[in-house]
Design a protein around this ligand. Structure first.
Ligand code: HEM
Length: 138
């Protein structure tokens, strides 16, 4: 269990860094900044997002899958992550107009916050009274 808590904290840290980076890159994208061409700006998100996903899978294995448990909230998070990746690609790469890119960027941030809230609702059940039912699954 102590092990799992380490992985969850790493996962949460990577989530904060990933969102912060996505917001900053979106602002650079919408303002036409040349920062996006820098090598470290291109590489860092891949490193952070790999940590986010690997720590998620390890924590999920230690807490649930390794014991044969498949909670619904993990399915929600996996689907949410896929939707987030799709919206992120539309925002940063494939969106044809500035409007489409900006909309995809905002939606991606909302989906990310939702997936994070689903995680927090499970690590902090005492918050379930204040979180909406669509987050806690109640
Ligand atoms: C956009 C993607 C994701 C974000 C932003 C995110 C964020 C979070 C956050 C903020 C927490 C709470 C951490 C804490 O309270 O210290 C959490 C918990 C967790 N997340 Fe994620 N997560 C994402 C995707 C995933 C995926 C794809 C999986 C697994 C397949 C996953 C597995 C977990 C697990 C196992 C926990 C701990 C739940 C518990 O202790 O009951 N996450 N997540």
């Amino acid at each position: 269990m102590a092990n799992a808590s380490l992985w969850i904290h790493l996962h949460a840290l990577a989530a904060v860094l990933s969102l912060a980076g996505f917001i900053v890159r979106g602002i650079w994208m919408l303002s036409g900044s040349s920062m996006l061409k820098k090598k470290w700006v291109k590489i860092t998100p891949h490193v952070v997002d790999t940590v986010l996903l690997v720590s998620a899978l390890v924590a999920a294995w230690l807490l649930f899958w390794g014991n044969g448990v498949h909670p619904q909230f993990l399915t929600v998070k996996i689907v949410g992550l896929i939707v987030y990746i799709g919206l992120g690609l539309m925002a940063m790469r494939f969106g044809k107009t500035r409007g489409v890119r900006a909309s995809a960027w905002v939606l991606a941030i909302l989906v990310f916050l939702y997936v994070a809230a689903v995680g927090v609702a499970n690590t902090h059940p005492q918050l379930q009274d204040v979180l909406p039912a669509m987050v806690t699954g109640v």
